[in-house]
Design a protein around this ligand. Structure first.
Ligand code: ZN
Ligand code: ZN
Ligand code: ZN
Length: 365
């Protein structure tokens, strides 16, 4: 699927102007991929896209990566310049921009490059480029929502397949390996991560799957994702091996209600923190407030975690096209954890779930 890089570059230049920036300095990252379609690895050799309020955007690359840059989808829109080993790439930047003023640097630019730029542009001030670019990236266009929806459907299918396969008697890491296979076989280009957290391990939200054998009665948190056309999936479900205890049923139901309450709060114009408050209210009222250890959700797109964050303190209003996770959880140390996560997009009428995997507590073998 091809994206409209010309419009994105133009809007980035407009936003840079509106923010009073001399230029945006974008290193290899989701920002660079978003603006140009060029996706080189970050390296010790400087690659930087320079977007100024006026003038053609410049892509400065190491000489040896010039052919690769010329082959990228947005190459025609860029003035591609190169520097050779032995030259100072930061001097090359200085020749393009004026030394003084304020620059937006990609959040993911390596510190070594930012320090190099600081040394060469002593009068300059640097701000995170995300302040400028997230206004573009947070609102997805139709082609982006379509890719996120495809990724979500593939993740749902991977969940169905791992449940059919059964979990009892298997080590978490073995289940994680199968899950990675299901993620690619169900339509992703690649698997990105697989959390399999069984029994007491479920109380650690980012548990690393290990050798623990999954047994009857365990709650198992499955949280995983991959990429389709660069766009991420991220889904969580908690299943029970065999018959759940009354307590697990109850806690799962509270999390399900919290997830639904947050979803129902999604509307254009609603502050992001209100969605968090909606989920938190349900969990607080049930007496598990201290066991909900994290924010309710994060934006998703070319990165698994990006703006907007659904967290107390973020009053940013939701806008049509924003896409984010809604993933409340309850974590009971030494015992079990429950998390339910869907990706949701904001439409003019409210939220739309991109995931449709069953949110009821499923009993698997
Ligand atoms: Zn997480
Ligand atoms: Zn997740
Ligand atoms: Zn997530």
């Amino acid at each position: 699927m091809s994206h409209d890089h010309a419009t994105r570059l133009k809007r980035a230049a407009e936003e840079a102007a509106a923010s009073g920036l001399e230029a945006l300095l974008i290193a290899p990252s989701a920002d660079l991929l978003y603006l140009t379609g060029y996706d080189p690895p970050p390296l010790e050799r400087l690659t930087a896209l320079i977007v100024r309020p006026a003038g053609e955007p410049v892509l400065l690359v190491p000489e040896l990566e010039r052919p690769r840059a010329l082959n990228s989808p947005g190459a025609d829109l860029l003035d591609i310049r190169s520097w050779r080993d032995g030259e100072d790439p930061y001097e090359a930047v200085r020749r393009i921009v004026s030394a003084a003023g304020t620059y937006g640097v990609a959040d993911r630019m390596w510190a070594s490059h930012l320090l190099g730029l600081e040394g060469t542009l002593p009068g300059a001030r640097f701000l995170p480029a995300s302040r400028t670019l997230s206004r573009l990236r947070a609102r997805k266009d139709e082609s982006e929502v379509a890719l996120l929806a495809r990724a979500a459907r593939s993740a749902d299918e991977a969940f169905r397949r791992i449940c059919r396969e059964g979990l009892e008697g298997r080590a978490e890491e073995d289940v994680a390996r199968s899950l990675a296979r299901h993620i690619t076989e169900s339509g992703h280009d690649a698997a990105a991560f697989t959390i399999v957290a069984s029994g007491p391990n479920g109380a650690s939200p980012h548990h690393e799957p290990g050798s623990r054998g999954i047994r009857e009665g365990d709650a198992v948190v499955l949280d995983f994702g991959g990429r389709v056309g660069g766009y991420c999936s991220d889904v969580s479900r908690t299943v029970c091996v065999g018959t759940p205890t009354e307590e697990l049923r109850e806690v799962h139901e509270i999390v399900r209600e919290a997830q639904q309450a947050a979803f129902a709060a999604v509307r254009p114009g609603v502050p992001a923190e209100e969605v968090d408050a909606a989920a938190r209210g349900v969990i607080d009222d049930a007496g598990y407030g201290d066991a909900f250890l994290h924010r309710t959700g994060h934006g998703i797109g070319l990165e698994e975690h990006e703006d907007p964050y659904l967290v107390a303190g973020n009053a940013e209003p939701l806008e049509v096209g924003m896409c984010f996770s809604i993933e409340p959880g309850i974590y009971l140390e030494g015992r079990f954890g429950v998390r339910i996560e869907d990706i949701v997009t904001v439409t003019p009428d409210g939220g739309l779930r991109l995931n449709s995997a069953n949110r009821e507590l499923a009993s698997v073998m």
